[in-house]
Design a protein around this ligand. Structure first.
Ligand code: HXC
Length: 254
């Protein structure tokens, strides 16, 4: 059971591969994800992070139910806080992240996907927050991030029913950005990653920061931050290169 990190041409790939349990996450898997994310955050050469599940059937089938089955209330809270902090490091990554979802994204699997910036799903992907069927609630950010992403009506439909939703239903709810034929998932995710990698790393980082902070503040505070970060762009060589290249009718070297 392992989480592997590979880096190629500015693109990091994190694969969660635990075939015997549909890539369900126990403490070891969560800590390995954290290590991989910390490594990515420290490496300024990385411009995009892709999260995927090993095998063909499952992205991540949630938190490990055997691992959680005998937890005390205190252990449950600690477990939720661990997952929340790991997933927050993903959403706070300087570079953009993509979840490539080829199969089941259940419970903590959906929560991992929504901690990423973008989600591309195979037509065979399937989403759920099935926690209420286990007598628990989402604990790795689902009640908060999902509600912000797809709105309270859709989030309540997913969380209160615990039902599974197809990739097309997820697309209609705004849970995923795109649905692609199963055999084209890798190709499409790689193309998106290359496109993101060609953008201004500084611009992308500041845009992410404005969006993430804005989600947690009032409109006016968000607008103030946007203006401040917009100003900050002009301290970066990437702004000069981007605009000069446009004026010189050439591709920018970002
Ligand atoms: C532990 C799991 C698992 C999980 C699958 N497995 N999901 N083990 N935790 N989340 C294991 C099964 O026990 C089984 O092991 C093997 O993977 C294959 O699963 P099957 O059920 O036999 O396969 P299949 O019939 O194809 O069904 C696949 C499945 C189903 C739809 C993914 O396994 C399923 O519903 N899993 C549970 C999904 C879930 O409820 N996730 C949310 C967890 S709560 P054996 O040894 O029997 O072969 C959560 C909370 C997060 O995520 C927040 C915490 C704070």
């Amino acid at each position: 059971m392992s989480v592997t990190l590979s880096i190629d041409h500015h693109i990091a790939r994190i694969v969660i591969d635990r075939p015997e349990a549909f890539n369900a996450m126990n403490e070891s898997i969560l800590l390995q994800i954290k290590d991989a994310v910390d490594t990515i955050q420290k490496n300024e050469d990385i411009r995009v992070a892709i999260f995927m599940g090993g095998g063909t059937k499952s992205f991540v089938a949630g938190a490990d139910i055997s691992y959680m089955s005998s937890m005390t209330p205190l252990e449950g809270e600690k477990w939720a806080k661990l997952g929340q902090s790991v997933f927050s490091t993903i959403s706070e990554l300087r570079c953009p992240s993509i979840a490539a979802i080829q199969g089941y994204a259940l419970g903590g699997g959906t929560e991992l996907a929504i901690a990423c910036d973008l989600r591309i799903a195979s037509e065979k992907a399937c989403f759920a927050q099935p926690e209420v069927k286990l007598g628990i609630i989402p604990g790795f950010g689902g009640t908060q991030r999902l509600t912000r992403l797809i709105g309270p009506g859709n989030a309540k439909q997913m969380i209160l029913t615990g039902n599974q939703f197809s990739a097309q239903q997820a697309l209609a709810m705004g849970l995923v950005n795109e649905v692609v034929p199963h055999d084209q998932l890798t190709e499409r995710v790689d193309a998106l990653a290359l496109s993101l990698a060609s953008g201004s790393p500084n611009g992308i980082r500041l845009a992410k920061e404005a969006i993430e902070h804005g989600l947690q503040s009032s409109l006016n505070e968000g607008l103030q931050l946007e203006a401040a970060l917009f100003g900050l762009c002009f301290a970066s060589p990437e702004q000069r290169e981007g605009m000069t290249a446009f004026l010189e009718k050439r591709k920018p070297k970002l």
